[in-house]
Design a binder for this molecule. Structure first.
Ligand code: HEM
Length: 414
């Protein structure tokens, strides 16, 4: 079925619609009533199909050769695509056979048994976050003071980078992924500015590669710097692309899930109380936070053959927008999708980490980060409320809270 005239179809292309996520969510649920796939024709964009049906998103992701990530894995306007200069090749830009070879290099490093060894560091960062909240004296901006730095500290740890590189990495990851939000840009939104940001990353990581080739350690940066593809050293551009995908994919995504999860607890005090009464619910609550926030709003795929999705004919070359956010609100899968429910029995069926060949490499690490932070924080919350109007990033790709002012009391650590 295709869209009706009244369906709010600009939720996919208009970044300002992300300024009010509750309204976006309601629009998406209404759109589910009109069908699982919708033709989007908006000025400035190549026409595409928005896929919001949960099962159809999984089906498309399962067929990575029929629906490829290349040539454009992220929604961009025709102007931005035409003006793009520097081409970075990261895992998300790759398809078979390259994708499998590159992914193989770090796949084991991200497996659950392997990332478990980071838990001590996650506990340490959680204690530091609590200490910071105490020091801030009962009011803070949870998005800026806690959720933003935490995952970036984890990135520094896994890449083996020193603490003093934090500010540089913070600016760069924010500007790369926050590119459309007026508050997160350098001067303007031009592709030249974007290329400058990417250029900064290149210079920084070129130095890192040389250092890790000279003195390899046991960190992820050493694995990437010394990685081989087809028995030859990984090409420079791909090496740089690898660092970039780890740093950017692991930062704003996880921050957004943390801040959005915190807000959901504040706005649903009964859910916070349930977790305080039974902390064993925290892992499921984290799944629900990840369903609820869906920090990666979408990825694009391109059909390589004529085919069909939900009965809708799709032509070779058609562009498909996989809406993780809307699929997480599919009422056929998630009962009362607009209710935040930490005991939801199928919260882990969310598609926030994608599926199939490109399934998020950092999914287990991200889950652990949220589990550790909330396991430390939730038992200590005496009271908590909003201390102002939160704001969200106006971006169509990766986003969440820009600010989350809160007022709170913490109980003594036992
Ligand atoms: C809540 C946090 C996160 C969310 C919601 C998220 C979401 C996603 C999604 C939707 C994809 C694409 C999946 C697909 O196309 O099927 C992805 C890919 C990826 N993510 Fe994450 N991610 C998160 C955290 C992380 C972390 C912490 C890291 C690493 C430190 C990471 C590294 C990656 C990488 C390397 C890819 C590319 C995988 C590939 O193309 O093969 N992510 N992520």
């Amino acid at each position: 079925m295709t869209a009706t005239e009244t369906a709010p179809l600009d939720i996919f292309t208009d970044n300002h619609r992300w300024g009010d996520v509750a309204e976006w969510n309601e629009a998406a649920v209404a759109l589910h009533g009109a069908g699982g796939i919708h033709r989007i024709e908006r000025e400035g964009f190549k026409p595409f199909w928005a896929v919001i049906d949960h099962a159809a998103v999984l089906d498309i992701e399962r067929q990575a050769e029929l629906f490829t990530n290349g040539p454009e894995p992220v929604l961009a306007s025709e102007n931005d695509i035409a003006a793009r200069g520097l081409e970075i090749k990261t895992l998300i830009h790759m398809d078979a056979p390259d994708h499998g070879k590159y992914r193989q290099l770090t796949n084991d490093w991200f497996k659950p048994a392997s990332v478990r060894r980071l838990n001590d560091r996650l506990d340490e960062l959680s204690r530091e976050a609590l200490a910071k909240m105490e020091a801030l004296g009962g009011e803070c901006d949870f998005a800026v003071d806690i959720a933003l730095p935490f995952p970036l500290q984890v990135i520094l740890k896994i890449l083996g980078l020193p603490e003093e590189d934090f500010p540089r990495m913070l600016t760069l990851t924010q500007e790369l992924f926050g590119g459309q939000d007026p508050d997160l840009q350098r001067d303007d939104i031009s592709p030249e500015v974007m290329n400058e940001v990417i250029g900064d990353f290149f210079a920084y990581f070129t130095e890192l590669t040389a250092a890790r080739r000279a003195n390899p350690g046991d960190d992820l940066a050493s694995l990437i710097a010394n990685g081989e593809i087809d028995d030859a050293p990984m090409p420079d551009l791909e090496t740089l692309g690898y660092y970039i995908i780890i740093a950017t994919a692991g930062h704003d995504t996880t921050s957004s899930a943390m801040a959005g999860g915190m807000r959901a607890l504040i706005e649903n005090p009964d859910q916070l109380a349930a977790l305080q009464a039974d902390p064993d619910l925290i892992p499921n609550a984290v799944e629900e936070m990840i369903r609820w926030t869906a920090p990666v709003r979408h990825f694009m795929r391109t059909a390589q053959e004529d085919t069909e999705i939900l009965g809708q004919p799709i032509a070779k070359g058609d562009w498909l927008y996989l809406s993780y956010k809307a699929a997480n609100l599919d009422p056929k899968v998630f009962e009362n999708p607009l209710t935040f429910d930490v005991q939801r029995s199928n919260a882990d069926r969310n598609v926030s980490f994608g599926f199939g060949a490109h399934f998020c490499l950092g999914a287990q690490l991200a889950r652990n980060e949220l589990r550790r932070l909330f396991a430390h924080l939730i038992p200590r919350i005496g009271s908590i409320e909003l201390a102002g109007e939160p704001t969200t990033m106006k971006t169509t790709f990766v986003g969440g809270h820009k600010t989350l002012p809160i007022r709170y009391t913490l109980t003594d650590a036992s």
